[in-house]
Design a protein around this ligand. Structure first.
Ligand SMILES: [Zn+2]
Length: 98
């Protein structure tokens, strides 16, 4: 895929603003909870996402769902913790069923 130089600059600028550690909007925990329960479809087609070529994981699809990079990182950590927790529960149950 060929990306316009201007498009690329615009994309990098957007990503910069989105990741700015000085400007993190208040996090809406209910919204995060909602997203954990109903994970959004990020890039419908990764090869079609132009933004992804420049920003990788933090492409426009992610940026439209999360107001700031920190929100997205937080969401990922919640998802990861939940997975680990359910895995532990599973192991625990198995260990007790003897
Ligand atoms: Zn995307």
């Amino acid at each position: 895929m060929i990306i316009d130089r201007l498009e690329e600059i615009k994309e990098r600028r957007e990503l910069e603003v989105w990741s700015d550690p000085e400007r993190i909007p208040g996090i809406d925990l209910e919204r995060i909870e909602e997203l954990v329960k109903h994970p959004p479809q990020f890039c419908e087609d990764k090869s079609e996402c132009q933004s992804r070529y420049v920003s990788g994981e933090y492409c426009q699809c992610i940026r439209t769902v999360f107001p700031h990079k920190e929100h997205y990182e937080y969401y990922k950590s919640v998802v990861k913790n939940r997975l680990e927790y359910s895995f532990e529960l599973l192991v625990f149950k198995r260990g007790n069923s003897k």
